[in-house]
Design a protein around this ligand. Structure first.
Ligand code: AMP
Length: 192
């Protein structure tokens, strides 16, 4: 019989890019022709897939004395919240314009077609706090750079940005690295 403790040490020994990558579903031409949408719902709905994804991040960051895990709306919440809980950090949401109820600061950023804005509560991070940023996927890096600007404005000390998926051919991860920002990626997909 399998009991809960059977999972504890087994899964992260075998955890690597492939078991995560193989559980991500690709939807061609969604939401527009030419886009390969990397759908993480198939990873999340799989108990082993969800566990190895969260555990990989928890194992990397558990001894880093992180005060706040920042997740970007909305898929960054799904991974950021359990990681924050497991490493004993607080969780901070960065949300789309107009969603956060208290005082915020915001950052505009460019999309392929048009622009968007992300916001954070001004009291979410205290100056000097050690921060980890988490999102599901990095493509152009525009969303992550906007989030980083908000963390910087609040005086947070950003240790690293972690993404379940990187699309390196689009160049976002390189853009962050070129600015001296530490990054960590669980798996990569070629192309757009
Ligand atoms: P970017 O700002 O270009 O790095 O885009 C990152 C955000 O857009 C992430 O929060 C992703 O959820 C979403 N995204 C961009 N491209 C894709 C894709 N090919 N498949 C799934 N999500 C994507």
């Amino acid at each position: 019989m399998m009991v809960a403790s059977d999972f504890r040490d087994n899964d992260h020994e075998s955890a690597s890019a492939m078991p995560i990558k193989s559980r991500v579903r690709t939807i061609p031409d969604h939401p527009r022709p030419g886009i390969q949408f990397r759908d993480i719902t198939t990873l999340l709905q799989d108990p082993v897939g969800f566990r190895i994804t969260v555990d990989e991040l928890v194992n990397r960051y558990r001894h880093q004395n992180i005060h706040k895990v920042v997740g970007i709306e909305s898929r960054g919440f799904i991974l950021g919240a359990p990681v924050a809980y497991a490493i004993g950090a607080g969780f901070v949401p960065i949300r789309k314009h107009g969603k956060l109820p208290a005082q915020t600061i915001g950052q505009d950023y460019e999309l392929e077609y048009g622009a968007d804005r992300v916001e954070i509560h001004t009291d979410a991070i205290a100056a000097g706090e050690r921060v980890l940023l988490i999102d599901d996927l990095i493509a152009t890096g525009g969303t992550a750079l906007a989030a980083i600007a908000l963390i910087d404005q609040l005086g947070g000390h950003l240790l690293e940005c972690a993404f379940a998926i990187s699309l390196p051919d689009i160049g976002g991860i390189e853009k962050l690295q070129a600015r001296g920002i530490a990054t960590h990626v669980l798996t990569e997909f070629e192309g757009h």
